[in-house]
Structures are given as C-alpha cells and as structure tokens.
Design a protein around this ligand. Structure first.
Ligand code: ATP
Ligand code: MG
Length: 250
C-alpha cells in the first residue's frame, strides 16, 4: 500500500506549491517515482512540476462517453478505459502525474467515475508515495477522489482567519468520515517567526502536528516567471523546510 498524502486548504495558501515540493523531495529521498494527482479542476500542478498536461481525466471522460461505441470488438469497456487512463498520465523522470480536470458535460458519469476510482486505486498500488493536490475549500472532501489517506495536510496562511478555515477543514474531514491516520497543519508563507498571538490557535486547532513553510522569494519569482518548482534551488528556505517536514512525517 502506498503512503497517501492529501494536501488541502483555502484558496491561494500554497497547496500546489507544497504538493510540488513534496513530490520533488520524496523522490529525492527515496529514489522512487512518485504519483502526483492534481485533483483541482483549475489544474496547475503540471506547470509547477514542469510537465505539459496533454489530457485531463475530465476530457477523457467526455470522449469515453461520446465515443463508447468506437471501442474495438473484443476489448472490454473497462480495459479500454484503463488503457486510456494510462495514456492520460504525464510522465516526468521522478513522478507520474494524473490531472483530474473538470467534469465537462452534463451526461451521466457514474459508470466512468467508478472506473476512475478503480483505476486510481489500482494504479496507486504501483507507487510508494502518492501526493494529491486538492482544490480550495472543503466540499471536495465529500466527493472522495480517494478513499483513504495516510496524511491529511492542511495548509494555512499565518492569520487567525486562515487558521479558522484550517480547523474547519479538519473537522469536516472527521465528520465526513474521511479515513486518515495522521494530520499536519502547515503554516505557509511565514515571514520571520510565527507571531506569538497565533501559537495558541495553532496548537489548539486539533492537528497531530504542525510546521512552518517559510515565505520564499525564489518560489514567488519562479511563479511570476512561469517556471516550475523543479528549478527551485535546493538550499532555498522552502525546499529546506519541506525536506524537514518530510522527515517528520509518520
Ligand atoms: N512559501 C512560499 N513563498 C513564497 N510564495 C509562495 C509560497 N507558497 C506559495 N507561494 C505563492 O503563492 C501563490 C499561490 O500558491 P499556490 O498556487 O501554491 O496556492 P494554492 O493553495 O494551490 O492556490 P489555489 O487555491 O488557487 O489552488 C503562488 O504565486 C505561489 O508562488
Ligand atoms: Mg493550487
């Protein structure tokens, strides 16, 4: 079974940045290919990882619905879907990326969605680590891209309002009976020290552990220039923090 990390949090806090850095750090540490899943309909993990996404699962789903009768005789629909899904994965040297994309039309996708889950479940078995970058907010938790996760990482900015959202996400995950073994709060884009006034809220938010991802000018600069985080210097503050974070993961 792979170790599944799901990254959640409100909009713009740094979920995709953390996800991309996790993928990079985990592959460096293990020498293994990591499975990255971009579960945000407004996908950009591919950009951050420096690969071009040719096809999203959403587009594939649409094609399958419209062209179901074109599956060659002798091939089961399930096999055809699985084959297409494999083709829809973007492969980097140190990771494979599945981009969910949006659900495009209004057709009935239940059958295909079920196949998709089967696919993700089966494909995940081939990896030691899976990193899922989720969309902002918490509604998606109920949709369950994935059935279980080992680590729920909730990213928050260093503000009281941000922490309230982070806390709510954790509560919602519990209410929804999302299966997770560990939880970590990641306070992102911290300049200097975490303000004393926030420490109490952080400790009180209900997470098993918490850590800081410092503000990093180089991360910002790469984003501005549209360059991937694979180019981030190894000794940059954010890269170092994620290395540290990974050693604390259980
Ligand atoms: N540690 C950091 N230091 C500096 N800039 C950062 C850091 N983390 C994220 N950013 C910047 O903040 C912006 C938002 O980051 P990111 O896209 O990772 O957030 P997100 O939570 O995935 O957003 P969304 O909710 O839109 O998916 C980006 O421009 C990114 O470069
Ligand atoms: Mg994002």
């Amino acid at each position: 079974m792979p170790y599944v990390i799901a990254v959640a949090g409100k909009g713009g806090v740094g979920k995709s940045t953390l996800s991309a850095l996790l993928v990079r750090t985990l592959s460096e540490r293990t020498g293994e290919v990591i499975l990255a899943v971009d579960a945000d309909p407004n996908a950009n993990l591919g950009d951050k990882l420096g690969v071009k996404v040719e096809r999203t699962i959403g587009q594939l789903r649409e094609d399958l619905l419209n062209r179901a009768d074109e599956i060659p005789a002798g091939v089961s629909k399930q096999d055809a879907v699985m084959y297409q899904l494999r083709l829809a994965m973007a492969e980097g040297e140190t990771f494979d990326l599945v981009t969910m994309g949006r659900q495009e039309g209004r057709g009935c996708y239940c059958y295909i969605n079920n196949l998709l889950r089967t696919f993700l479940d089966s494909v995940m078995g081939d990896y030691r680590y899976v990193v899922i970058d989720n969309e902002a907010g918490m509604e998606h938790l109920s949709r369950r891209t994935c059935q279980r996760m080992d680590m729920l990482m909730v990213v928050s900015d260093p503000t009281a309002v941000g922490l309230t959202t982070a806390r709510r996400i954790l509560e919602l995950a519990r209410e929804m009976e999302v299966e997770f073994s560990h939880s970590m709060l990641v306070i992102s884009r911290v300049r200097g020290e975490v303000p004393d006034g926030l420490r109490h809220d952080i400790e009180d938010a209900g997470f098993e552990s918490w850590t800081v991802l410092p503000h990093d000018d180089e991360v910002d600069r790469l984003a501005e220039e549209g360059r991937p985080l694979t180019e981030l210097s190894r000794d940059s503050p954010a890269a170092a923090a994620v290395r540290q974070l990974v050693t604390r993961m259980r």
